[in-house]
Structures are given as C-alpha cells and as structure tokens.
Design a protein around this ligand. Structure first.
Ligand SMILES: C[S@@+](CC[C@H](N)C(=O)[O-])C[C@H]1O[C@@H](n2cnc3c(N)ncnc32)[C@H](O)[C@@H]1O
Length: 406
C-alpha cells in the first residue's frame, strides 16, 4: 500500500477552490479534496466518472480541479440516482454547482436519476480513465458501483473511494462498504498521510489490467456478508454487466447473491460459538459480542499468562477468512505489542498461525484463513502480549474493531 502526503500545491489549491455550502451534508472534506488533488494532478485523466453528487460539493471541486490542468480537454461525467439532494428534497441534486459558478460549467455533464448499475447501458463502451465513487456506503453497494466502473473505465485506471474509514470516524454510520472494498483490494492502492496521526477517510484502488481480474477481486469482496439486501433488478443489472465479460464469473456472482448473505456489519452466523477470555486483567474490555462491539485486550506482564480471547466452536459455514478490520495499539504504549492469531481444528491441531508486531499506533487490518470444505467446528485464539524485554505494561493494549468473516 502506498500513501500520499498532502502536497504544498494541494494546500494552496484547496485554500482557493474548496468550497462547501452550509446546507451540505455527507460531502468531501478539505483533506479528501487534497487527496483528490494530489492523485488527479498526478494521473491527469481526461474523462472522469463521478458516482454520488448530492449537494454538488465534490462535483464543483472536481470541475475546478480538472480545469486547472485540463484547460477544456478534461471532462467530468457525474451521476446520481436521485434528481434532488437526498437530505433536503426541495433542493436539486448538484444545486451547489450552479450556486458556485452561476451555471453548469462546460467541462461537466450532470446525469441525475441514473443509478450506478444503469451507467453502463447509458454510457455504452469504455469512456472513462478515472472514477470517484461516493454513493451508498452500505456493503455491498460500493462493490456494485465498482462493477459499473470496471465496465466503463479503462483497465489500469485509478478509482477513488470516499469514506473508507467512516465506521471508525463516525460511530453513528456503521457503513462498511468502502472499507471492505479498499482494505480487501488485492491490487495497487493508495491512501493519504495526514499530519498529527489523523486517520484518512479516502483512498484509491487501481483496476487490474484485465476486466476479469478486477471482477474477480470484486466478487471476493461481495462474499463478505452484506449489510443490505439488493433489489432483484440491481442483481440482474450487475449480473448482465459481468456476463458481458465472462459467463463463468456471472454464474459465480449469482451464486454469491443467492446466498442472501445479509446480516449487519458482522457475521451473525458465526456467533454461535463460545467466547472465552483467559489471562484477563482489569484493563481488558469486552462489552458484548466481539462480532458486534469493539473490544480491548490488554497484555499481561512478562511471566504472567498472556491475554487470550478464544472464539470456540465456530462453524466456518462457507466463509474463508476471519477478519479483524482495524486493530490499533494504544498511543501511550511504551513497548512493542505482539498479537498472535491461531486457528485450531476440532482436535486442537493448528491450521493457521499469524503473528504481528505493533510498533506504532497505525491501525492494521488482519485476516486469518479458515479451513474450507470441513463441517468440523474450529477455534480462533487471539493472544496479546508484550515482549520479554518490556519493562512496563503501561498502555500495553490493542483496540479491536468488531470482527467479521468473509
Ligand atoms: C454521500 S452523498 C455524495 C456526496 C458528494 N460526493 C460530495 O462529496 O459532495 C451520496 C450520494 O450518492 C447517491 N447515490 C446513492 N446510491 C446511488 C447509486 N446506486 N447510484 C448513484 N447514486 C447513488 C445519493 O443519492 C447521494 O446523493
């Protein structure tokens, strides 16, 4: 994974050109706009696709940005499913663009009332060389949006995703779609470095050199339990997009969709087993189910039993990985913290073991493979400890966002 620091040129451009009306909600922030500036001025795309207009804050910003280097040669094609602003139905979708420029700029085509899965039939063929996706954030919607991007955008292009850390930055919005897509993407990706350890909320993934590879990566993401059911017509539209590239991948997609894989942000089917905490000390916190609530595991002092959270008697039920979407070391920790994840079979055999050292407070996403094709229950042990050399255990804890399976 690559990361872009905010450039001086981005700061200067944002100071002049980033504007957001008081009435806008859900819009990109100045940090997000800086990331778009740095990535887009590096790539200099000529034909950009935007999915999700709302107030028009990002649309107005992108229009002024492409004009700054494209000078009439770059064009923005923005789409929104609604003709009106989702938070105030008496305001037109994209109203801020006209408010800001007095009229629609000539480098912008605004397409309202078109949902993402219908974009390929409106566009016909490959038209774009950059995409910005900022629409419905409930999983699997961003991945459904991505299927349309894959169909209409040149292979190898960058696709910026907004709100990749939304559930961790705003607990009232547990929408994991952009996070799953960004974190799970197996190809090139880039996010932002913000001074002061502020967590970025925007990133970009790069489409593979063939549509098949990109669709396969999207299908892996679709295997994660869905937060919202899709209407039949959305599934049918997504299927026909994939079928234009590969019959076999379209059949794989239908098999995933047919599992009706819906159940909140986390894997409810896996909750059946027991949860056991050993080596527990006063600072570890488990408030409710680790499938649904964040939790804290505090390492015990050297020589004592390490803190282990065991998920016992789990049925993999077709899932391939147990995922710890964000694990973060306490910023006050005075030493490295060690995390070990072990997957054991019914007879206690170790099937997978993974160790990670936390040397700073950057959150990490971790996953351990689950056995496939076995009906035997399994156990996952999560152990937190400090190295033998550690002299203090002040702040020796890791914060975990809720666990899920994919
Ligand atoms: C978070 S807002 C976009 C904010 C905007 N990008 C900005 O920064 O100013 C999300 C928008 O996506 C639109 N949307 C949701 N689902 C969509 C879909 N399937 N296709 C197209 N637009 C969609 C909503 O109507 C809403 O206007």
């Amino acid at each position: 994974m690559d990361a872009l620091p905010i450039s001086a040129a981005a700061k200067e451009f944002i100071a002049q050109n980033y504007k957001k009306p008081d009435w806008a909600t859900g819009a990109i922030s100045p940090f997000d706009a800086s990331f778009l500036y740095d990535l887009i001025t590096r790539e200099r795309p000529k034909s950009l696709l935007e999915i999700g207009v709302a107030s028009g804050t990002s649309t107005a910003f992108l229009s002024s940005l492409i004009e700054s280097y494209g000078r009439g040669k770059s064009h923005l094609h923005s789409y929104d499913a609604l003709p009106y602003f989702y938070a105030k139905h008496d305001i037109e979708c994209g109203a801020f663009v006209k408010e800001r420029f007095g009229k629609l700029p000539s480098n912008l085509t605004l397409n309202l009332g078109v949902s993402s899965q219908d974009i390929p039939s409106v566009v016909r063929g490959q038209k774009f060389d950059f995409a910005f996706v900022d629409a419905n954030h409930d999983h699997p919607w961003p991945t459904i949006d991505l299927l349309s991007v894959i169909e209409t955008t040149a292979p190898g292009s960058w696709v910026a995703l907004h709100d990749i850390n939304l559930p961790f930055l705003s607990k009232q919005f547990p929408c994991y779609g952009p996070h799953y897509l960004y974190e799970g993407w197996p190809g090139d990706k880039v996010t932002q470095i913000i001074d002061g350890g502020i967590r970025p909320n925007i990133g970009a993934i790069r489409l593979f050199s063939t549509k098949e590879e990109s669709i396969r990566a999207a299908l892996d993401c679709l295997a994660i339990r869905w937060q919202k059911m899709l209407k039949a017509e959305v599934v049918t539209a997504a299927e026909s997009i994939i079928r234009r590239t590969s019959e076999a991948l379209a059949d794989d997609f239908l098999a995933v969709a047919a599992r009706r894989n819906v159940g909140g942000a986390n894997n409810l089917a896996m909750q059946g087993g027991d949860i056991r905490l050993t080596g527990f000390n006063a600072w570890s916190r488990l408030e409710g189910s680790p499938w649904l609530k964040p939790f804290v595991l505090h390492a015990n002092p050297v020589g004592n039993v390490a803190t282990t959270l065991s998920f016992e008697g789990l049925q993999p039920d077709g899932h391939r990985r147990v995922v710890f979407p964000a694990v973060k070391r306490c910023s006050e920790a005075s030493d490295d913290i060690l995390l070990k994840i072990v997957v054991r079979g019914a007879n206690g055999d170790v099937l997978e073991s993974k160790s990670v050292v936390f040397q700073d407070d950057q959150p990490k996403m971790l996953a351990a493979a689950l056995p496939t094709g076995s009906a035997e229950p399994i156990c996952v042990d999560v152990t937190v400890s400090v190295p033998d050399s550690a002299t203090k255990i002040r702040g020796a804890w890791l914060h975990f966002d809720p666990v899920y399976c994919s």
